[in-house]
Design a protein around this ligand. Structure first.
Ligand code: XUL
Ligand code: CO
Length: 441
């Protein structure tokens, strides 16, 4: 086991309160602090993503990696992958992150054959398990990378080639088994390249049917191996494909219902994916919540001036307030959590930047939670919303909502209304000022 410290000079990150002088301390994230009846730790279930934090190189379409990462010196060898586990757990222990997430190919290298890839994954999983047992840090979810290898260039479950479907099935089978062995609380499906670049060469119906079949096989396999973790579907509208079949929450829910998967799969919702789909994160969370599909979130943010999935760490308190308000409204995330599917900027090339990034994200979420809980305690927004819908509590409103009216009976009622009702103001600015009272104090 590698014994050298990777993050020398950095100790355990502690909560020091809003007046902390150190930049390597939490100002708001106090894991034990009780909010709405449970500790912050349980509200968030923060997870570190293995791919960005330990494998991210800083490469972009215009240039190669820039990150100074001593733990990458061994490249993509199995030995390096096994040694890197100690680095990952040192980081998470120092940060106080209770969970992590991975793709099979982030933690272990792809081999020359499937059997070799599987053996690599098993070898690394053994080391992951040792460190989980040593530290108590757990796996929030696992997933399979079905998008990097050239065999998946035209999709995995939606590939036009049935042999690719079979290969992908074998890969997911193994990734699920390893997730299960590690006690993972969930398993994620993100489309990767499940979508199309051109409709003229695509049989969309067939591809969607194949994706439904693939997920059904995963659900059946879970039952067979006794995996009771939560399945998630992660929406993203485009990138890398021009259209992805997991476009947004509404599209995913429709897909799940079409293929009879709605009892087995919930949503893993990512901020930057929501905005790529032309939605706010709050919209995606609200829609999933009201349909009973709110599962887990990938915490990050995009950049309004850059068009792609920039996966930045979230620091905007309005954003985290919106997120936590909606999550509280729908009863929390567990067994899901808040996974930082986020990467430091290409210019932030030192290992310590990984700490600044996660500390900032965790603090922003903690502040958002506190603000959202204060708003809920006063029912400040709820009262205004109730006033806006007050006529639905009148006799007429109640009768319509309970199904006791028809077009015929309503036509009669409307006749008596003269030119029609004078509708009350929507008062959006008032709502926004109420929100600001809580955010800005
Ligand atoms: C890609 C993305 C993935 C998923 C897991 O944009 O978000 O990392 O979260 O495959
Ligand atoms: Co993601």
């Amino acid at each position: 086991m590698a014994t050298t410290e990777a993050f020398k000079g950095i100790g355990r990150i502690r909560y020091e309160g809003p007046k902390a002088t150190s930049m390597l301390a939490f100002r708001h994230y106090d894991a034990d602090k009780i909010v709405e009846g449970k500790p912050m730790r349980e509200h968030f279930r923060f997870a570190v993503s293995w791919w960005h934090t330990f494998r991210g190189t800083g490469s972009d379409p215009f240039g190669p990696g820039t990150m100074r990462r001593p733990w990458e010196r061994g490249g993509d060898s199995l030995d390096a992958a096994i040694d890197r586990v100690a680095v990952g757990f040192e980081f998470m222990e120092k940060l106080g992150a209770p969970f992590y997430c991975f793709h099979d190919r982030d933690v272990a290298p792809e081999g020359a054959t499937l059997a070799e890839s599987n053996a690599n994954l098993e070898a690394v999983a053994k080391r992951l398990k040792e460190h989980q047992d040593r530290t108590g840090i757990r796996l929030l979810w696992g997933t399979a990378n079905l998008f990097s290898h050239p065999r998946y260039m035209q999709g995995a479950a939606t590939s036009p080639d049935a042999r690719v479907f079979a290969y992908a099935a074998a890969q997911v089978k193994k990734a699920m088994e390893v997730t299960h062995e590690l006690g993972g609380a969930g398993y994620v499906f993100w489309g990767g390249r499940e979508g199309y670049q051109c409709l003229w060469n695509t049989d969309m119906k067939r591809e969607l049917d194949h994706l439904g079949t693939f997920m059904r096989m995963a659900v059946d396999h879970a039952r067979e191996i006794g995996f009771t973790g939560q399945f998630y579907f992660e929406p993203k509208p485009r990138e890398p494909m021009k259209h992805q079949y997991d476009f947004d929450v509404a599209t995913c829910i429709n897909f799940l219902r079409t293929y009879g998967l709605e009892r087995h799969v919930k949503m893993n919702i990512e901020t930057n994916h929501a905005t790529l789909a032309g939605h706010e994160m709050q919209h995606e969370l609200e829609y999933a919540g009201l349909q009973g599909f709110l599962g887990s979130i990938d915490a990050n943010t995009g950049d309004t001036l850059v068009g792609w999935d920039t996966d930045q760490f979230p620091t905007n308190i309005y954003l985290t307030t919106q997120i936590m308000y909606t999550i509280l409204k729908y009863g929390g995330l567990a067994p899901g959590g808040v996974n930082f599917d986020a990467k430091v900027r290409r210019e932030s090339c030192d290992p310590v930047d990984l700490f600044h990034a996660h500390i900032g994200g965790m603090d922003a979420f903690a502040r958002g939670l506190e603000i959202a809980a204060a708003m809920r305690a006063d029912a400040a927004i709820q009262k205004l919303v109730e006033e806006r819908y007050a006529t639905w509590s009148s006799e007429l409103g109640k009768r319509i909502e309970s199904g006791g009216e028809s077009f015929k009976s309503l036509a009669q009622a409307a006749i008596g209304m003269g030119p029609g009702p004078e509708v009350a103001s929507g008062r959006q600015e008032l709502f926004e000022n109420v929100l600001n009272r809580y955010v800005a104090g």
